[in-house]
Design a protein around this ligand. Sequence first.
Ligand SMILES: [Mn+2]
Length: 289
Amino acid sequence: MTSLLIMTSTLTTQTIPFGSDSEKTGQRIGIGSEDNKLYGSIGLCQPKGLSKSLGLIEGYGGRGKGGLPATLSPEEEEKAKGPHEKYGYNSYLSEKISLDRTIPDYRPTKCKELKYAKDLPQLSIIFIFVNEALSVILRSVHSAVNHTPAHLLKEIILVDDNSDEEELKGPLEEYVNKRYPGLVKVVRNQKREGLIRARIEGWKVATGQITGFFDAHVEFTAGWAEPVLSRIQENRKRVILPSIDNIKQDTFEVQRYENSAHGYSWELWCMYISPPKDWWDAGDPSLPI
Ligand SMILES: [Mn+2]
């Protein structure tokens, strides 16, 4: 069991993300690549009809590909209103966007050029959720599998903090068990525990050397994991927060955010903070902040 945590979250809503960081890499999360070749070593077997049975879509293309804004027809817009209100993002639109869609790679060039050791520690990815849209959770899972080198991904743990939605029970579990056999664990809280205790429940069953905590409404960039794991390999006491871009809640457009540190205001709102002067002076966007 690891004692090392990566705290991060990515946004689909306009809410400011939770997260804490003692350190930060110049790497980004929330993105993939328009270049399918970058999907690299990842298994992309697509059991026929599995996502279809849930009314969802697999494959790189379709609406919202490349992280571009996705749109609905006027009739669809009508149907989307209720769910949008309920989830705080356009969950109806999310169902029309592929679980594997490509997203742009916004990393600074220097970050893309860095090379990492092959023998990095293995990672357990923990997603927590309560009444999150099924398509959004599954896109988080697909994206994690698609953009994390298979030999570094020990497992994905889904912690359901006592959701009410039926689709998050049997249908979710059956899907991940068939789609990613042996890779995904599902933890069910018998009562609502809240953000941090839910994360701890996931941590309890994690077997990777490193644990990463994420909201269940994220998409990962190609190359996101290696710099994070590498910095923890150098010093196991590090807690790493990657750069986070934004996924817009109405169109699922991926919007680039500037490199920034994260902190809290006195009202405990999470804030993006411009890096300190010596970071700018060094002129290297791949340096940790
Ligand atoms: Mn979030």
